[in-house]
Each structure stands twice: as structure tokens, then as C-alpha cells.
Design a protein around this ligand. Structure first.
Ligand code: SF4
Length: 342
């Protein structure tokens, strides 16, 4: 069996995903988790999150139905870690019953090392998995997510889902202990598995990351050289990715030829839906907008009116000297995106 992941193009054909602008309904069924990531925004280690109850199946049905009626075609099941719920198969089956063409699970992958469990998820209707993997180094990943043996399980899980011909994506948070290893992680994922779908996330200083910022915080200007090296590998070996893969970055931080890779930097006409217990339906970029700010010098930037700005918590830590107003727009991109073009 080939260990090369389905490409986005192959997944579009296999699962008949529409070739229209992505519109996502992201639901967090629960906040609790079987890992203890040292950078988690909603960590069960924090007393403020401990009391938060998850959704019942009835509530999940109600919200996913609402999302479908609004036109969402991607059902993203997020967390917490939803694989700790025994009724995950039913959650996926609800999304399948509601006829979401794309049903994606975000997971740390620990439970998915069991291929029979993976088969049941796929039989319920799952067709995409986004694995959180934060290093190519076993010990470092285990330390970051607070669980020994996690890296081995997640790698096995990635291989399981590739064998089952499900679309695989990788979610990576760049913080002080791991940002320098980012190119090696991309090298491993591209060479071993041909993965063309990523979320590369700059830190949000919330939750655990806010508590441990002395040890984990990192300036954009430190991350960028390593990010660019990783993007060059993608450019050389993959050439095209599924959609904008950079989360919590801004146009002024990256060379213009990578601007099309930045997600969520401007308020869209129709925001993706974010459904959280005790909070109901919110917009993904709208939520980010309320956490963000711009300063006086942003007024000189060509993106001033469109840009939601940088996060207030980042500004408190490092100020705004890295955000240099952009004067000229370039539209030649080095890595194309399939779904970014609609
Ligand atoms: S408006 Fe400010 S934060 Fe946004 S891209 Fe321009 S300089 Fe950067």
C-alpha cells in the first residue's frame, strides 16, 4: 500500500467535494482532552475551562443542521479532543446524515493508532483528518503535548488514515521550543507522506500559552526565517496546497509572493462558523477581530481597511515594530492554493 497521502485534487474527485469557496461549520463537542499541551488555549489544566460541559448529540445535531442550512459544506469537528467521546461515531454520522460533503476531524491522533477504530470512523462518514503534530522529533513532540508515546501513536495514526485513503492534513503550532525544527518537520511530512494540506499556526497568547509566556513566547521575526525555509520545501516539492495554510500571520510579515497562503487576516463577506459549548454560534475571523488591534502606523498600509490586525496580547508582549506597512501589492505567488482561488 502506498504511503503517499491523497492529494487535495484526488480527494476532491473521490469525495465529490464542491469546487466553490470553502464554507466551514466548526464545532467543538467538548473541551476535555487526553493530552496536556503546554500551549493549549482551552486546557483542562486551567480551572476556568474545567467546568465547561460539552454538547449533547441533540445539541450537535441542532447546530450542524443550522450550519448546513446557512450553506456550510465542510463540517469540522474540533476540540478539546473529541476522540475521548464514545459517541464520536454518532457525531460523524449526524454530519453524514445532514449531507456535509467534507467531514473533517481535528485530533492529536492518539486514539487513531488503532486501525479498527479508524475504519469505524471512516465507515461513519469521516473523509478528512487534521492531525496535530508539532515536531519531527519524538521526544520534543511528547514533551509539548504532555504525554509520553504520543508521537509514535500519531505517526501510526497518520499512516492508518493514509492507508484508508482519507484526506490527511497537519496542524502545527510554532513556539519557542520547536520553531527552529519546522523545516525538518515539513521535510519529513512531504518526503514520507506527500502531504499538501497544513495549518501552520503562530502562537495565540491565551490559556496555557499566556500562563507560560516567559518560557514559550517567540517573536514573529525569529519564526520567519524557519517558516520561509519550510515554505521553500513545499514550493519545491509540492507546488500547490489545498488552501491558505498560515494561521495568525499578517501580510506585512511575509514576502508578497507568499501572501496568498495567509488565512484569516481579513474579515470575509461570509465568515466560517465557530460553535462552542456555552457560547453558541460565532464567526471564526470575527472572534479573532475582537482579540486584535492595529496601531497608528497601520494607516499607511495598503491593507489597512481590510486587515484585522495583530493580536492585542502579542502587542503587549512585543510591541508593533515588526509590522511594517505594505506599500505595494504583488500578485505573483510561488505556491498556489486550490481552494484559495475561489
Ligand atoms: S494593516 Fe498593519 S497589521 Fe495589517 S498588514 Fe498592514 S501593517 Fe500589518
Amino acid at each position: 500500500v502506498s504511503l503517499k497521502s491523497l492529494t487535495t485534487q484526488q480527494a476532491i474527485e473521490k469525495f465529490k467535494w464542491p469546487k466553490i469557496k470553502p464554507f466551514q461549520c466548526e464545532i467543538t463537542p467538548n473541551f476535555d482532552c487526553n493530552a496536556r499541551c503546554i500551549f493549549c488555549y482551552s486546557s483542562p489544566q486551567l480551572s476556568t475551562w474545567q467546568k465547561r460541559k460539552g454538547f449533547s448529540l441533540q445539541e450537535i445535531y441542532k447546530y450542524l443542521k443550522k450550519g448546513k442550512e446557512k450553506g456550510a459544506w465542510i463540517c469540522a469537528i474540533s476540540g478539546g479532543e473529541v476522540t475521548i467521546r464514545e459517541d464520536l461515531f454518532q457525531i460523524i454520522a449526524i454530519a453524514h446524515h445532514l449531507k456535509y460533503p467534507a467531514i473533517e476531524l481535528t485530533t492529536n491522533g492518539i486514539r487513531l493508532e488503532d486501525i479498527d477504530y479508524c475504519k469505524k470512523l471512516v465507515e461513519s462518514g469521516l473523509n478528512a483528518v487534521r492531525f496535530s503534530l508539532h515536531s519531527h522529533l519524538e521526544k520534543l513532540h511528547d514533551k509539548l503535548i504532555g504525554r509520553n508515546g504520543a508521537w509514535q501513536s500519531t505517526i501510526k495514526a497518520i499512516e492508518n488514515m493514509i492507508k484508508l485513503r482519507v484526506k490527511v492534513a497537519i496542524n502545527t503550532v510554532l513556539i519557542r521550543p520547536n520553531y527552529k525544527f519546522f523545516p525538518s518537520l515539513i521535510d519529513m511530512l512531504v518526503d514520507n507522506y506527500g502531504i499538501d494540506s497544513y495549518s501552520i499556526v503562530a502562537p495565540h497568547y491565551l490559556g496555557m500559552l499566556e500562563e507560560r509566556k516567559e518560557e514559550l513566547s517567540i517573536r514573529y521575526s525569529y519564526i520567519l526565517p524557519f517558516l520561509l525555509k519550510g515554505l521553500e520545501i513545499i514550493e519545491r516539492k509540492i507546488k500547490i496546497v489545498d488552501s491558505p495554510i498560515l494561521s495568525n500571520f499578517l501580510p506585512c510579515l511575509l514576502p508578497s509572493y507568499y501572501k496568498n497562503l495567509i488565512a484569516e487576516w481579513e474579515l470575509p463577506k461570509r465568515d466560517d462558523l465557530l460553535i462552542l459549548p456555552q457560547e453558541g454560534v460565532k464567526g471564526i475571523v470575527t472572534t479573532k477581530y475582537y482579540l486584535s488591534m492595529k496601531t497608528e502606523k497601520c494607516k499607511e498600509c495598503i491593507y489597512y481597511k481590510r486587515c484585522v490586525g495583530f493580536e492585542k496580547s502579542y502587542y503587549q508582549l512585543f510591541g508593533d515594530d515588526e509590522f511594517i506597512p505594505v506599500k505595494k501589492e504583488h500578485r505573483k505567488y510561488r505556491i498556489d492554493t486550490i481552494y484559495g482561488n475561489f
